[in-house]
Design a binder for this molecule. Structure first.
Ligand SMILES: [Zn+2]
Ligand SMILES: [Zn+2]
Length: 300
């Protein structure tokens, strides 16, 4: 709820005219309780989760020839039933676990100082806070994920997320409800450390989910813009973690590669990459000689 009665009052308090975005925000949120603004988050999560993986699922189910060369585990095909089952499971977890927890955590959001008022944050404020959120979440997510690979953590909770040995976009948040809730903690830590505007908070949640969907997409598209982000893991990096499965002691990080590098948990992946590069060279020469007509699995 905004502490201004009118746009004129807001402009006089700010000492300047409102921007177009701020006028829109005033009209949208002036009479809305902060609780409802915060509750938008679950709606955004459900919307993003429903829409963003759709093109990837379409590619997975139709398997067009032009996309086959980008598939990380080309021998694995996911059925439409499995995609649907995954989607309904995740939506159930969102509605029964994530939604209620988010609503119950409203006092925490107020306590840490996430604001809803005017002025809206500058682009610089949004970008710097998002960078902090990503770094904080990545670090704590790394350690929680690594802990979940202990026998008890895996057998009790984390095995659900690893049901997909070849992940798909819809499988990004597919996990035991307890894991979804536990991993929500590092996602909230960044905003608690560097609280910003509710719009930045929404943006953070949406971008983080889109990033997770991209990481689980099962395709290594060469034009992916995230490839330009330093130390960014991406689809190939996390796909390897799923490929190895429960025994995996590699590639725990959710977004970047630096934690795995520092703590030495990317050795298996790096070895595989080097091994694969050599194998591909051999395979290329075999192909030129007409000795093969298939294609290697990404990790063979
Ligand atoms: Zn794992
Ligand atoms: Zn995963």
């Amino acid at each position: 709820m905004l502490p201004f009665e009118s746009i004129a009052e807001a402009e006089s308090v700010l000492g300047r005219n409102l921007t177009g975005a701020e006028t829109f925000w005033f009209r949208y949120s002036a009479g809305m309780h902060d609780f409802w603004l915060y509750a938008h988050n679950i709606v955004f999560l459900l919307t993003v989760y429903t829409i963003a993986p759709l093109p990837l699922a379409f590619i997975e189910l139709t398997n067009p020839k032009c996309m086959r060369k980008y598939k990380l585990q080309p021998k694995v095909k996911t059925s439409a039933d499995r995609v649907m089952d995954c989607y309904t499971n995740v939506v159930k977890t969102f509605l029964l676990a994530v939604g209620p927890l988010q609503l119950l955590s409203y006092p925490t959001i107020k306590a840490v100082g996430i604001r809803t008022s005017l002025p809206l944050p500058s682009a610089w404020e949004v970008l710097s806070q998002l960078a902090v959120y990503f770094l904080v979440e990545d670090y704590f997510n790394y350690w929680i994920h690594r802990m979940l690979h202990c026998k008890w953590g895996y057998d009790l909770i984390h095995h659900v997320h690893h049901e997909f040995t070849a992940p798909i976009g819809f499988a990004a948040p597919y996990a035991h409800w307890a894991e979804v809730l536990i991993l929500g903690i590092p996602a909230f830590l960044g905003p608690a450390i560097a609280p910003g505007h509710i719009v930045t908070f929404w943006l953070w949640m949406v971008i983080r989910h889109v990033e997770a969907i991209e990481t689980h997409c099962g395709y290594d598209f060469p034009q992916t813009p995230t490839k330009f982000i330093p130390f960014y893991g991406g689809a190939e990096y996390h796909d390897y973690h799923h490929y190895v499965g429960g025994q995996s002691q590699s590639n725990f990080a959710s977004v970047f590669t630096y934690c795995d590098y520092i703590y030495g948990t990317d050795k298996g992946f790096r070895y595989q990459k080097e091994h694969l590069a050599k194998l591909r060279e051999q395979w290329k020469s075999c192909e030129l000689n007409g000795e093969t007509n298939g294609r290697l699995d990404k990790y063979e």
